[in-house]
Each structure stands twice: as structure tokens, then as C-alpha cells.
Write a protein of this length. Structure first.
Length: 290
């Protein structure tokens, strides 16, 4: 069965998605705070995408994580695990507080996502470039079987330095995997600094995907749930080629100690943690009332 989406969301659903995004941000902060340090920047920039996919777009069942006709989400930038764990917990795959054991001995919630440990995680990722290759393989399998499963994958702009990303992109276009949507977290920073200085992408990552034969959508504000939803709907309507959605996001969005400096990984003081959590709690309360 092919997936379909309504062209536009009601005001009520948009409000619910904005609330869900802030809930994800708050829990992401709490999860990383439980360890005291971690990948705040690239986790927080994805909260809005996760809210849209898991709140409205994907066909999933938290009570049956391996349901055959489910849609798949692959977090290729696996170091963003905390935002994945927050989302899955809030959706009911497990109590979200379980993820407060982030990256501890014997945990089900390692720093990078692992299919064998965490309910709802489809594929193990962490080595950059690996996740999109796995996602392409999954999409090809579903396409060959003639099922309606749609595969969503998220890569980072820093991750796009990896040649494996472009091998996967070429392969997906060649096999016309229109059941594959790739989101690029284009937050402009990676571990060693600005992407433009570490390894620039010439005319842009979108131009590279376009050259490989993908349908490309550029989302001006990649932290706006309405724009993300519209792009996801367009992707589902696109036939014959895979779709790449460039999300122009803010690294560390919502974390008071990370957003101003576009921090990749952070080890803030307890005072900074308290300030960030309090600020996000206030933001969530305001969004709920809006």
C-alpha cells in the first residue's frame, strides 16, 4: 500500500507538532544531562524533524516495533542518538526516563544508535556514511518486494564529507528508489568547526544530490514543523526518483549553552545545565499556551 499525506495540516495538528518538538528538546536535554556531557548540538537541531516524522508522517506502532508494514527511520548521524531516544520514549516505545541511562555500562541507550539494544531503532549507525548506505539497501529491498514501506534517513552536513554518502546517493538514483527520503541536517557546523572551512561542498549538498539524479527540496527554516511537513508530503508525491530534503537548521537549537556557539559536543557546568533545562521548560509552556 502506497503512503499518502494530506497537503496541509490543521492549526490544531500544527500546534500539537510544535508542542511535541519542544517536548523532544526538553527530554533530549535531560537525557544528555543524565550523563553530564554529550552531543547536544546535532541532537537539538533535529527535534522538529523528529516531531514531524513520528508525530504525523510515519506509519509506526510503538506497541509493535517490528510491524512488517511500518516505515523506517535511520539516523545515519548516529551521534544524534539522544534526540532519537527522547522521541521514541515520548512515543511510548519505552518509558522516556529509561534513556537517562545514556552511555552507561550495560545500557540500552549507547551514545550512537544500536538496533540490537533500543526498541524502535531500525539500523545500527555511528560510522558516518554507514547509515545512508544501510537505508538505501533497505529501500531497495522493500522496492524489490513491492511493499509500501517508506524509508527515511537523516544525514549531517559534516557527514557528507564521506565518499560513502555519494556512493549511496548514486546507487539510490540508479535504482529509482522513490520510497526513500533523505533529510540533511544542514546546521553548517561539524566537530572541527564550520563545514565551509573544514570541507566545503562547492555549490551545496543539494546541488550534489541533484547532480546524482535526486529530487531536491530546500527547506528554508529546517526548524519549522510546517515547512518540514510540506517537504515530506512533496517527497511522498515524487515518483521515479528518491528525494533529498535540505533542512537549514540551527545547531544546538534550544540549548542556552550550545546554540550561541554552535557546539557539537558539550560538557557544561551544572549551573549551565539547570539554566538550559529551565529555559526549555519555559519555552514548552509558552508553546502549549500559544
Amino acid at each position: 500500500m502506497e503512503r499518502s499525506m494530506t497537503a496541509e495540516l490543521t492549526k490544531e495538528k500544527l500546534h500539537d507538532l510544535r508542542v511535541f518538538a519542544e517536548e523532544i528538546r526538553l527530554e533530549t536535554l535531560k537525557i544528555i544531562r543524565s550523563r553530564g556531557f554529550g552531543h547536544v548540538g546535532g541532537s537539538m537541531s533535529l527535534a522538529d524533524l523528529m516531531a514531524v516524522l513520528y508525530g504525523e508522517v510515519m506509519h509506526i506502532d510503538p506497541s509493535n516495533p517490528r510491524m512488517k508494514d511500518r516505515d523506517w527511520f535511520v539516523l545515519s548521524k548516529g551521534h544524534g542518538g539522544p534526540v532519537m531516544y527522547a522521541t521514541l520514549g515520548l512515543k511510548g516505545y519505552y518509558p522516556v526516563s529509561d534513556a537517562y541511562q545514556l552511555n552507561r555500562p550495560g545500557t540500552r541507550f549507547p551514545s550512537h544508535t544500536d538496533r540490537s539494544l533500543t526498541p524502535g531503532v531500525e539500523l545500527t549507525t555511528g560510522s558516518l556514511g554507514q547509515g545512508i548506505s544501510e537505508a538505501v539497501g533497505a529501500a531497495l529491498g522493500f522496492k524489490t518486494q513491492g511493499t509500501g514501506n517508506h524509508v527515511y534517513v537523516c544525514i549531517g552536513d559534516g557527514e557528507s564529507d564521506e565518499g560513502e554518502v555519494w556512493e549511496a546517493a548514486q546507487f539510490a538514483a540508479h535504482y529509482k528508489l522513490d520510497n526513500l527520503t533523505c533529510f540533511v541536517d544542514n546546521n553548517r557546523y561539524q566537530l572541527d568547526g564550520p563545514v565551509s572551512e573544514v570541507m566545503s561542498h562547492g555549490k551545496g549538498i543539494g546541488a550534489k544530490f541533484d547532480a546524482e539524479g535526486w529530487h531536491v527540496i530546500d527547506v528554508r527554516d529546517g526548524n519549522d514543523v510546517a515547512q518540514i511537513y510540506a517537504a515530506a508530503a512533496e517527497a511522498l508525491e515524487t515518483k521515479g526518483v528518491p528525494t533529498c530534503v535540505i533542512l537549514n537548521t540551527i545547531k544546538g537549537k534550544g540549548a542556552t549553552f550550545a546554540e550561541p556557539v554552535s557546539a557539537h559536543s558539550s560538557q557544561p557546568t551544572e549551573e549551565e545545565w539547570a539554566e538550559a533545562v529551565a529555559a526549555e521548560e519555559a519555552r514548552l509552556a509558552a508553546v502549549r499556551k500559544a
